[in-house]
Design a protein around this ligand. Structure first.
Ligand code: SAM
Length: 344
């Protein structure tokens, strides 16, 4: 056997990506830019722009295909703001042609602030995008615009949400990050919004991933409080999880109309069921949002590594995925990059 082949363990087409904690990794989040057209107060300081280089669309495609060949079935494109990235529709089109090792199409999703979505919803749907998640942190226009720091952004995003629904990008999820004293007065309004607009609103506990220094345990609005507050105005009924790696606890309302979800990485961490791995806009693998190390997949590609070598690197890297995060514990270290530069 030639030396090069002997040093690589074989990666079979049907291989599944697993880590050394027994988890199967089938969910890839890819940031295609760390530029953003919003300066949400809890995310960015407002001073910094993009910090990391972007790969070409062909390079993202090549790297994503490697993960798909290793068993990734769900790809979420994110950023920064992914709709700022030229070539996005073509990337979606190419990804929609990919098949998992078992022959199924990928589950293709996108997370966006929605600012440019009205004009892109139909092209993205036609290109093969399955679903979209739009970030909205308030249903009150003034609060919304205080958070995004972009005048007129509420109406722009609301129009985009309705356009995306009409285009069939469903179920459409709205992500709302809650911060005490900033937007926790929006909780009940969002419950009504979910029912009126036919969207799934998902409240997310704020994590220490901001550019500045805002996070404290007290600023986090925990799952129990959200459930309690909504139940006071609209009684909730818990929905059964659809699969073990589902991040959101899902609820419907007593009359069965509408759905909300709560993602509670701080108060009820779900690391034990994590199925995710991330690729940053500059081609580094991050095995956890809170990783202290990054793995330079693109560096290997650029220096001429072939697909077998890159696959082997992915397999080894994912195998070393962290058991869990340590938010709120003594000695917790923020990662070197903030959410906008990792890819949310
Ligand atoms: N620009 C896109 C958007 O706004 O959806 C995609 C990137 S953004 C970083 C992805 C998601 O991460 C958004 O829903 C945002 O609210 C959320 N996010 C940002 N910082 C966060 C934090 N510290 N904790 C929890 N979620 C956060």
């Amino acid at each position: 056997m030639p030396m090069a082949a002997a040093s690589l363990s074989p990666v079979l087409p049907s291989a599944r990506l697993t880590d050394n904690h027994g988890r199967v990794i089938h969910d890839l989040r890819v940031s295609i830019t760390d530029r953003c057209n919003y300066k949400c107060v809890y995310c960015r300081t407002g001073e910094m722009g993009a910090q990391y280089p972007e790969l070409s669309i062909e390079e993202y495609l090549r790297l994503i295909k490697l993960f798909v060949g290793l068993g990734v079935t769900k790809v979420r494109l994110t950023g920064g703001e992914p709709l700022l990235r030229r070539g996005l529709v073509e990337l979606v089109q190419d990804l929609a042609r990919e098949r998992t090792p078992s022959g199924d199409p990928l589950d293709l999703a996108l997370t966006t602030n929605g600012h440019l979505l009205a004009g892109l919803a139909v092209p993205l749907k036609n290109a093969g995008l399955n679903r979209v998640t739009v970030s909205m942190d308030a249903v009150d226009p003034a609060t919304f615009e205080r958070i995004t720091r972009v005048p007129g952004s509420f109406q722009t995003v609301l129009h985009a949400v309705r356009t995306a629904l009409a285009a069939g990008l469903t179920p459409l999820k709205i992500n709302c990050v809650l911060l005490r004293g900033f937007n926790d007065d929006q909780i009940e309004g969002f419950a009504h919004f979910a029912r009126q607009e036919g969207v799934v609103v998902r409240f997310i506990e704020f994590m220490p991933l901001e550019e500045g220094r805002l996070w404290t345990p007290e600023i986090v609005v925990p799952l129990t409080e959200i459930v309690e507050r909504i139940s006071r105005v609209l009684p909730l009924a818990r929905l059964a999880p659809r699969d073990a790696s589902e991040t959101a606890r899902r609820y419907t309302f007593a009359d069965g109309v509408g759905e909300i979800g709560i993602i509670a990485p701080v108060s009820q961490a779900f690391c034990g069921a994590c199925s995710r791995v991330r690729l940053t806009s500059d081609g580094k693998i991050r095995t956890c949002l809170f990783s202290q190390v990054e793995h330079d997949l693109y560096g290997r590609l650029r220096s001429g590594a072939g697909d077998p070598e890159l696959r082997e690197y992915i397999v080894q890297t994912v195998n070393g995925k962290e058991a869990r995060h340590h938010i709120g514990e003594p000695g917790f270290l923020k990662p070197s990059r903030s959410m906008v530069h990792i890819g949310g």
